[in-house]
Design a protein around this ligand. Structure first.
Ligand code: NDP
Ligand code: 8X3
Length: 250
C-alpha cells in the first residue's frame, strides 16, 4: 500500500472520501484544497496522518512552492490523486458564460497540469509512483450543455494516456478514473449554489457516492506495481445512454 498520497480537492466529495480511505489503509495523506475549515474538520476526524494544505491548483507558482516545501517525511509522494475540479453551468455553447469556461479550463486542465508537473520528477527519480486523474464519462460521451466541461475531461483522458507514453519504463503508473453521476457537491457547484436544482439531479435513482469512487481509486493504487489500469469507467446502474438526437424537418 502507498505510503504518501497527495489528494487535491480533498475538502469534499470524492477527494475527501479518497483521503479517508487512504488514511484508513495506513497511508499519510497530504490533503489540498482552498477551504481550510473543511480540511481542518477532516484532520480532526482522521488525525495526524492527514496533512492539510490550503492550495488553489490554478495558481502555478504556489503549486510548485507547496510541493517544494513539503517536509522531508512527506516529500516522496507515492500516489497523486488529481481530483480537484468542477463543472460550471449547463448552458448551450452559444449562450454559455466565458467566465465559467475559463474557470473550468483553469482548474480542470491547467491546475491538473501544474500539480502533475511539480510531482512527476520526484516519482521518476525514485522509479515508482502512481498518478490517478479524475476524468469523467463526459470526456468520452457528449451531452447537451456539457461543452467546455466535457472538453476539459477529454483533455484529462488523453493527457493521462500520453503520460503513460512519456513515462514508459519509469515505473510510474497512470490511471484515468472516469465516473458517471456521483452525488457530491458537484451539481451544487455546477448550478452556482442552487441546492434545489442540484438535489433534483439525483432524485429517484441511486447515484454513485464519493466513497464508491474512492474505493476504486484505492484499489487501482494497491495493485502490484507491474499492473497499470489505464482507464476505469464507472457509472451508476441507473445511468446509461440515450442514443443520437435527430433534428427533423431541416
Ligand atoms: P465536489 O464539488 O464535491 O469536490 C470538488 C473538490 O475540488 C472540492 O474539494 C474543491 O475544494 C476542489 N477544488 C475545486 N476547485 C479547486 C481549486 N481551484 N483548487 C483546489 N481545489 C479545488 O465534487 P466531486 O467530488 O464530485 O468532484 C471531484 C472530481 O471528480 C472533479 O474533478 C469532477 O470533475 C470529477 N467528477 C465528478 C463527478 C460527479 O458526478 N460528481 C463525475 C465525474 C467526475 P475547495 O472548494 O475547498 O477548493
Ligand atoms: C460529472 C458527470 O455526467 O455530470 O463528470 O458530466 S456528468
Amino acid at each position: 500500500m502507498a505510503n504518501i498520497v497527495l489528494v487535491t480537492g480533498a475538502s469534499s466529495g470524492i477527494g475527501a472520501a479518497t483521503a479517508r480511505r487512504f488514511v484508513r489503509a495506513g497511508a499519510r495523506v497530504i490533503a489540498a484544497a482552498r477551504r481550510l475549515d473543511r480540511l481542518a474538520a477532516l484532520r480532526e476526524e482522521l488525525g495526524e496522518a492527514l496533512h492539510p494544505v490550503v492550495l488553489d491548483v490554478r495558481e502555478r507558482a504556489p503549486v510548485a512552492a507547496m510541493i517544494a516545501a513539503l517536509p522531508p517525511e512527506l516529500a516522496a509522494i507515492d500516489v497523486l490523486v488529481n481530483n480537484a475540479g468542477l463543472a460550471r453551468g449547463l448552458a448551450p455553447a452559444q449562450a454559455a458564460s466565458l467566465d465559467d469556461w475559463e474557470e473550468m479550463v483553469d482548474t480542470n486542465v491547467k491546475g491538473l497540469l501544474y500539480v502533475t508537473r511539480a510531482v512527476l520528477p520526484g516519482m521518476v527519480a525514485r522509479g515508482r509512483g502512481h498518478v490517478l486523474n479524475l476524468g469523467s464519462v463526459a470526456g468520452t460521451y457528449p451531452y447537451p450543455g456539457g461543452n467546455a466541461y466535457a472538453g476539459t475531461k477529454a483533455f484529462v483522458e488523453q493527457f493521462s494516456l500520453a503520460l503513460r507514453a512519456d513515462l514508459h519504463g519509469s515505473g510510474v503508473r497512470v490511471t484515468n478514473i472516469e465516473p458517471g453521476m456521483v452525488e457530491t457537491e458537484f451539481s451544487e457547484v455546477r448550478y452556482h449554489g442552487d441546492a434545489g436544482r442540484a438535489a433534483a439531479v439525483y432524485q429517484g435513482l441511486t447515484p454513485l457516492t464519493g466513497d464508491d469512487i474512492a474505493e476504486s481509486i484505492v484499489w487501482c493504487a494497491s495493485l502490484p506495481p507491474h499492473v497499470n489500469i489505464n482507464r476505469l469507467e464507472i457509472m451508476p446502474t441507473a445511468q446509461s445512454f440515450a442514443g443520437f438526437a435527430v433534428a427533423r424537418g431541416g
